[in-house]
Design a protein around this ligand. Structure first.
Ligand SMILES: [Ca+2]
Ligand SMILES: [Ca+2]
Length: 450
């Protein structure tokens, strides 16, 4: 009896009219999910494939055996690759990862897709020896087809020699708003708490709907900037005292006009093994231009405020208490060296180390001298008003004497290495001309909006 029932079941299965509808489930999603570099054969990834299955016009809900086979042609020929899987079909829909049954299958599949312009998928359904081959091979949209689609997009958009991988990454970034164009999301487990985006050594973190440099800026020449990767070889400007190279003398002038060279801003823990401190004694104009040259902008006050949120300003959390490098009276520490001095978005040193220029100028205040307000409510953070008497003048190049105070002030945020309790996420200093290049405690950082 048992044998007879089994045979009858087989006949029943075979008599069913199987129908399979291949569905390109959101074709762009698998396309865009492959945002990194092409994996080497040893790390070949399975390829997602979705479809629907019905029997006699009714959606199937059961586990069925399927054999997926790839061919070079739409009909005839011998199978170039095949894989058997037990597939859970629910309400007629299923999703499988081809190449997921073994690393060898994935490698074979990747190699096959890399060597063929087109492939066709055939699916057989049913128990071994009694499979029903579903009619009509379907063009298989694996990597090969995806890349050719990208190539078409690249041609239409006239994007020159942008690689398929870079185009896929940028489309992914554009549609998901995860990282700026040209950046890839960090896969370092240590970065998992934040949205860390990397372009070579340059690192930005996401805050709200924009990105902010993870570190205070280090100003470098074009060679070191290396098209944004900040990992080339070249010159670092405005180092600490014993390593200083003056960017003004190199032609990156202090008022930002008529520069004869372009310099760039890098956000990185280190641009080379020897130097890891942020650039300082930089004018607002130079900071503005270095950010602009790097495809970024000087952070606005509101961007800076949001990006700094959550940064603590306890005595040892950030560099606020006169850290003394090499016997000097105080100064900036290497960027990112205070592990607690990080904002809720993952930006380092927004409190302390160097005070940072932000966008915007401010007219003369009512005070005739520097007045410092420190608020209990805002953690003792200082608000330094516009100071027309002393600091609003422009320092002429190579002169230690400021011109008369005829210029507005630009805003500095966060406090610096000897601000003490006056430093913090609410610290505001409006007592310096945007042309002030004399202050060793002034640095900057860049933001980016796409
Ligand atoms: Ca800072
Ligand atoms: Ca404070």
């Amino acid at each position: 009896m048992a044998k007879e029932r089994c045979s009858r079941n087989f006949i029943t299965i075979l008599s069913f009219l199987w129908a399979l509808v291949l569905v390109l489930v959101m074709m762009l999603i698998p396309l865009l999910s492959f945002a990194g570099e092409a994996p080497p054969p040893s790390e070949a990834k399975p390829v997602p494939f979705s479809g629907t299955l019905d029997r006699d016009g009714k959606a199937v809900t059961e586990t069925v055996r399927m054999v997926f086979s790839l061919f070079a042609d739409e009909s005839g020929g011998t199978s170039l690759w095949s894989e058997e899987q037990q597939v859970n079909v629910y309400s007629g829909a299923f999703q499988v990862l081809l190449g997921s049954t073994s690393a060898e299958k994935a490698r074979e599949l990747a190699a096959l897709m890399g060597s063929h312009d087109s492939l066709f998928l055939e699916i057989a359904v049913g128990p071994m020896g009694n499979e029903v081959t579903l009619s009509g091979r379907q063009r298989f949209l694996g990597y090969v087809a995806r890349w050719s689609l990208l190539g078409t997009l690249r041609d239409i958009l006239d994007l020159g020699d942008l690689s398929d991988q870079d185009l896929a990454r940028d489309l992914h970034n554009l549609l998901t708003n995860e990282c700026p164009i040209g950046y890839s999301r960090s896969t370092d487990p240590a970065d998992a708490a934040y949205v860390v985006c990397k372009r070579g050594n340059d690192e930005m973190v996401k805050a709200g709907d924009f990105w902010v440099d993870r570190y205070e800026m280090i100003v470098v020449d074009q060679g070191l900037y290396n098209q944004g990767k900040c990992n080339g070889t070249g010159t670092v400007y405005q180092r600490w005292w014993d390593q200083r190279v003056d960017m003004h003398k190199a032609g990156f002038v202090r008022n930002g006009s008529d520069t004869t060279i372009d310099l760039y801003a890098c956000s990185t823990e280190k641009v080379d093994d020897a130097y890891t401190k942020p650039s300082r004694m930089i004018t607002w104009f130079q900071a503005l231009r270095a950010c602009s040259n790097s495809g970024k902008h000087l952070c606005t006050n509101s961007e800076w405020q949001l990006a700094a949120s959550g940064t603590p300003d306890g005595e040892h959390d950030c560099n606020l208490t006169d850290w003394k490098p090499k016997g000097n009276s105080g100064g900036p520490y290497d960027v990112g060296q205070f592990p607690n001095c990080v904002s809720k978005y993952g930006a380092y040193d927004m409190v302390g180390n160097l005070a940072e220029w932000v966008q915007g100028w401010f007219g003369q205040g009512q005070d005739s001298s520097v007045v410092i307000h420190q608020s209990v409510e805002f953690n003792g953070d200082a608000v330094v008003n516009v100071d027309p008497a002393e600091h609003l003048g422009n320092y002429p190049p190579d002169s230690n004497t400021p011109t008369p105070p005829t210029f507005p002030a630009a805003m500095l945020r966060g406090g610096f290495y000897s601000s003490g309790t006056g430093g913090g996420v609410f610290s505001v200093d409006m007592s310096h001309s945007p042309a002030d290049w004399k202050q060793a405690f002034i640095g900057a950082r860049c933001c980016r909006s796409r």
